[in-house]
Design a protein around this ligand. Structure first.
Ligand code: PGA
Length: 255
């Protein structure tokens, strides 16, 4: 399948791992070496919030995993977008299925995005259907997530947004069950089509769409090569510098 040369974005979502700053620093510096060697790839790591200020490296960008929907105030336990930015985050993941499962609906997600954009964070918006059905209701679900999250955002900020398509039923599964590149390609087109309803066709065509869900160094290669996506959002395997490094290297060779 034809794939034009592009700069891929490879994001590692560490979720609530690892346990200590020492481990985080050691994984991060191994990834940073890979990122420096493969400089055509944009590498982003999303560590747990307390590790953000202590992790920095050349050719590697830092993302928060979530932010509060409010700017500041009496919200015990929450961290605001400006605070994440001040701690060193350049990006933020919003709408991850694990946050949606914990109660984030489209309204909350839209607020978090608006807060993040106004704080100067680049947004990685996660979307994805809970399950596939034979009547294509899942397409409706994905479209609703896009419209719900983005229709009220400042249209001029579209270049600050990346979409990560992560079918919920693919997250945390066996690596040999990864979605076929052709199905991901179809969804990437559908996502841009839905975004065009908000931003217009020209802008929506430029919107980066990443794929995530049970990626490892083996299944990632076919997806990067054939799925016409702009990069990947990797969970578990981003804590393994060897496996994650191979994904970065492959993306670099394709660029
Ligand atoms: P996984 O996680 O790669 O471990 O399936 C992906 C994600 O939740 O972003």
């Amino acid at each position: 399948m034809f794939q034009s040369k592009k700069k891929f974005t490879i994001i590692g979502n560490w979720k609530m791992n690892p346990d200590t700053i020492e481990e985080a620093k050691s994984i991060f510096s191994a990834i940073s070496r890979q990122a420096t060697k493969n400089s055509k790839v944009m590498v982003v790591i999303a560590p747990p919030a307390p590790f953000i200020p202590v992790l920095s490296g050349k050719k590697i960008h830092i993302s928060a995993q979530d932010v509060a929907g409010e700017p500041h105030g009496a919200y015990t336990g929450s961290v605001g977008a400006r605070q994440m930015r001040s701690a060193g985050a350049e990006y933020v993941i919003i709408g991850h299925s694990e946050r949606r499962a914990a109660g984030d609906d489209d309204k909350i997600i839209a607020k978090k995005i608006a807060e993040s954009l106004s704080a100067g964070l680049r947004v990685i918006l996660c979307i994805g259907e809970k399950e596939r059905d034979n009547h294509a209701h899942y397409l409706h679900e994905v479209r609703e997530q896009i419209i719900g999250a983005l229709s009220r955002q400042d249209k001029k900020k579209i270049q600050w947004i990346t979409i990560a398509y992560e079918p919920v039923w693919e997250i945390g599964q066996s690596f040999d069950l990864a979605l076929a590149p052709a199905l991901i390609h179809e969804m990437a087109i559908y996502i841009k089509k839905s975004a065009a309803e908000i931003f217009g066709k020209k802008q929506a065509l430029r919107l980066p769409v990443l794929y995530g869900g049970s990626l490892n160094s083996e299944n990632a290669t076919a997806i990067l090569r054939d799925a016409c996506v702009d990069g990947l959002l990797v969970g578990r395997q981003s804590l393994d510098p060897l496996a994650f490094g191979k994904i970065i290297e492959y993306a670099n060779n394709l660029s």
